[in-house]
Design a protein around this ligand. Structure first.
Ligand code: NAD
Length: 381
């Protein structure tokens, strides 16, 4: 069978779903590989690099979609891309089926099979295919780099002949995959780093990384994450009140805030309010990684950098992984390659959708014309 990756059409999207390295691995599974000309250019992979890895470079997306049995992409397909699908073809990409119901129905009606990388169950066995985590890791890292680029001072404290420089103080709100990456990056740059999450189990992890967990004056402290499958649930009004009180208290002292707080299936909770921004020092920076879902900060504008009246930069970019396209393409293509390995156990270049496999079942949102989203709840073992 032939696996092909088209150039991403969404403006500003620089990632590509197949790299020369991943193509070499896919060929070891018995597949032939194809790429649309220029698909890897923005991520630093030339057509020649693909050719050297044994990949056929095709001139148009139409040719690619018509000839490939398996199409791998980063972004959910456009309507045009969906109409190029048909029975017997498999599309693997981010899909977000809950938000893209019409697209799912349209794609399902073509008879094609759809695998949504965002639906890979977040269990240990599937970590190698967990593209959400790969991208969140990059976003967390890049958020700190972006903050540094907008911050007119050092992160680390220094004693110089020209005077003593205090270290920057960074607060990370939400310590999931992106938040922990931000904590690690901030610490490695030498900032005094604080982090907060509603899930109490992360406090130890944050402290073991060398950051300080922000504790609240609240008797129940945090929610029990184990009760919600590791994900956060909305906070009670009292908890929220205690959280906002603490943030208000520390806002004047914090130079950089990185917010990553999300609750599955809901808009991002508003946690860094306008009065907290107003209390920060001029030159401070807020990077809101929840911008696409409405933002954790009152002032965030998705996709933009704005500056508040008191001189605080509020960054709401929604394309952090794409801003590091070489790295994110490499990790994403590796996640796809691992997915293909599980879909090709015989290494004979033929894809087999084994719906008894929890990971494949979870990620498959349409099979031979049938919509298979949402998956059944995980089996209790
Ligand atoms: P996410 O992107 O859904 O949310 C980011 C963080 O925001 C979470 O840590 C959440 O607790 C926090 N949050 C929500 N509301 C908040 C509030 N009001 N104040 C402060 N923080 C708030 O999270 P994620 O990165 O997708 O990770 C979610 C969970 O899944 C974590 O427990 C993570 O360790 C786990 N996970 C497991 C695997 C695996 O086993 N393969 C892979 C990835 C993630």
């Amino acid at each position: 069978m032939l696996i092909g990756s088209p150039r991403e059409r969404l403006e500003g999207e620089a990632r590509v779903a197949m790299t020369p390295d991943s193509a070499i691995q896919l060929q070891k599974l018995g597949y032939q590989c194809a790429i649309e000309t220029g698909a890897g250019k923005l991520a630093g992979f030339s057509d020649d690099a693909y050719r050297a890895a044994g990949v056929t470079v095709v001139d148009t997306a139409e040719t690619l979609f018509a000839s490939a049995d398996v199409i791998t992409k980063v972004r959910p397909p456009s309507s045009d891309e969906v109409s190029a699908l048909s029975q017997g073809k498999t599309l693997i990409s981010f899909f977000y089926p809950a938000q893209n119901k019409d697209l799912l129905d349209q794609a399902g009606a073509t008879g094609a099979n759809l695998i949504a990388m965002d639906m890979v169950p977040r269990i240990s066995r599937a970590q190698k295919m967990d593209a959400l985590s790969s991208m969140a890791n990059i976003a967390g890292y890049r958020a700190v780099i972006e903050a540094g680029n907008n911050f007119g001072r050092f992160f680390t404290g220094q004693v110089t002949a020209a005077g003593k420089i205090p270290p920057a103080k960074v607060l990370v709100i939400g310590a999931g995959v992106a938040g922990l990456a931000a904590v690690g990056t901030s610490i490695s740059l030498g900032a005094i780093t604080y982090a907060f999450d509603v899930r109490p189990e992360v406090a130890e992890q944050i402290e073991s990384m060398g950051a300080q967990f922000v504790f609240l004056d609240f008797e129940e402290q945090q929610q029990d994450g184990a009760a919600t499958g590791g994900y956060a649930a909305p906070s009670s009004p009292k908890f929220r009140e205690a959280q906002l009180k603490k943030f208000r208290e520390i806002a004047p002292d914090i130079d950089i805030v990185i917010t990553t707080a999300l609750i599955p299936g809901r808009d991002a909770p508003k946690l860094w309010l306008a009065d907290m921004v107003a209390a920060m020092k001029p030159g401070s920076v807020i990077v809101d990684l929840a911008a696409e879902r409405g933002g954790n900060c009152d002032l965030t504008v998705a996709g933009e950098r704005i500056v508040s009246d008191n001189g605080v930069a509020v960054i709401g970019y929604t394309d952090f992984p794409s801003r590091m396209a070489a790295q994110s393409s490499t990790l994403y293509a590796t996640n796809i390659r691992h997915m293909m390995t599980d879909l090709t156990l015989k290494k004979d270049g033929v894809i087999v959708h084994n719906m008894e496999d929890d990971v494949i079942r979870g990620a498959t949102v349409a099979l031979k014309g049938e919509i298979t989203y949402p998956p059944p709840p995980p089996k209790i073992r």
